[in-house]
Ligand binder design. Structure first.
Ligand code: MG
Length: 405
């Protein structure tokens, strides 16, 4: 079979299951082969620019790849990566990821093995997850953390008022642009009060995480990391934007709050200095945004040599196929740290048979060959992606100027 196996068809599938509004537009790439019934799926979800990814897949990658050997995963990754001459970026990388994951899925099916076996086999039976607790007051957040602990979770991310703490948005100068306003200083102060309350009422047992989501000026971010040091966080996430990675050396010299970084990274030049300098503790790239399983497993191995653990990005706008890819890497990486977990709606589980399941705070892959997940295209077509712009990314600072979302 392998000698004549070829890629027959490559196409992007877009769906927005179970949610109104443009917040969750999932893109999955399906690669069909000349072997009847043998196909693979990969996540290419870039919710904010979904149609651009579909165009790259359907108009440029399909004609490039059809007729080629789907088992040459590495070579095809390199080919797609350089084929546009200009490389990387979230649109191109997501399109590439859709193909790459689908090829790993096919390879697993040909081998009769789950993808985690191709990556070296299980280092653990399940991957510890964390979920998001948010609320309007420290008491409300503490209640939500307790609810997750009651479900068996040992790790919970705590936020108050969403990213940047948008409970009482500042009043900008008259005539300012509309947007998602937040006050960095008020957010930073409230966050310290939040963790003070959480440790006071919940004790030391639960591992607490927090996502700054790039909402602070660099020196204020350094100060927050120092202020939070006494609460012993599992990690502090995206404390600085990718444009300010040079600040990590200063940050490291000031405190030992564990740092997680990288969900916005799209290029190896962004993570290399942080890894080589041992300036972060967890790498948390969005796997489809860096180009799929092929670069992610290399990044995990690079991090292993420097004592850095993985914490792959796992929000609601990763398709279940992408979550499955995360879990295959999680269970097979010796330096796995933690997996962010958004959970699946009922409709998503029906649309994507084989979704990884959570038991007692751990997510486990199934043992089917490949990524172990399929897609009901008929059902997906009933949930088309809506058009429209996102509101939450129109972030504004107190004086009315643009901020990081
Ligand atoms: Mg994050």
């Amino acid at each position: 079979m392998a000698t004549t196996l070829a890629i027959r068809k490559v196409r992007a599938l877009a769906t927005s299951p179970g949610r109104g509004g443009p917040q969750k537009r999932l893109i999955v790439v399906r690669v069909d082969t000349t072997e009847p019934g043998l196909h693979g799926l990969g996540c290419a979800t870039f919710t904010q620019r979904h149609a651009a990814v579909c165009t790259v897949v359907d108009q440029f990658l399909a004609p490039l790849l059809e007729g080629r050997d789907p088992l040459r995963t590495e070579d095809l990754w390199q080919l797609v990566h350089v084929n546009a001459y200009w490389r990387s970026g979230p649109v191109m990388n997501n399109a590439l990821s859709g193909v790459d994951m689908a090829l790993w899925d096919i390879k697993g099916k040909v081998a009769g093995m789950p993808v985690y076996q191709l990556l070296g086999g299980k280092c653990r039976e399940g991957a510890a997850i964390y979920r998001h607790a948010d609320g309007r007051s420290p008491e409300e957040v503490a209640d939500r953390v307790r609810a997750f602990m009651a479900e068996g979770l040992r790790h919970v991310r705590a936020q108050m008022g969403g990213y940047g703490g948008r409970l009482s948005p500042p009043l900008p100068p008259a005539g300012s642009q509309p947007g998602a306003y937040y006050d960095p200083e008020a957010y930073a102060r409230a966050t310290v009060r939040l963790f003070d309350h959480l440790r006071e009422t919940l004790g030391d047992e639960v591992a607490l995480l927090h996502d700054v989501h790039e909402r602070l000026p660099p020196i204020r971010a350094v100060a927050l990391a120092r202020e939070l040091e006494r609460y012993g966080l599992f990690f502090l996430e995206d404390l600085l934007p990718p444009e300010q990675i040079s600040w990590f050396r200063t940050l490291r010299s000031q405190c030992c709050t564990p740092l997680a970084m990288g969900e916005l990274f799209v290029n190896s030049n962004e993570w290399q200095p942080l890894v080589e300098g041992r300036l972060i503790d967890f790498v948390r790239c969005h796997i489809s945004a860096i180009g799929g399983i092929t670069p992610a497993r290399k990044l995990a191995t690079l991090c292993e040599a420097f004592g850095i653990r993985t914490a792959w990005h796992g929000p609601g706008d990763v398709s279940p196929v992408g979550h499955a890819a995360n879990v295959h890497l999680d269970v097979s990486s010796p330096n796995f740290g933690i997996q962010e977990w958004a959970g699946f709606s009922e409709i998503e589980q029906e649309m994507f048979p084989g979704c990884p399941q959570v038991r007692d705070g751990y997510v486990v892959p199934n043992d089917r060959p490949g990524l172990g997940i399929d897609m009901n295209e008929e059902l997906a077509a009933r949930y088309p992606c809506p058009d429209g712009v996102l509101d939450w990314t129109q972030a504004r600072l107190p004086d009315g100027s643009c901020g990081y979302p």
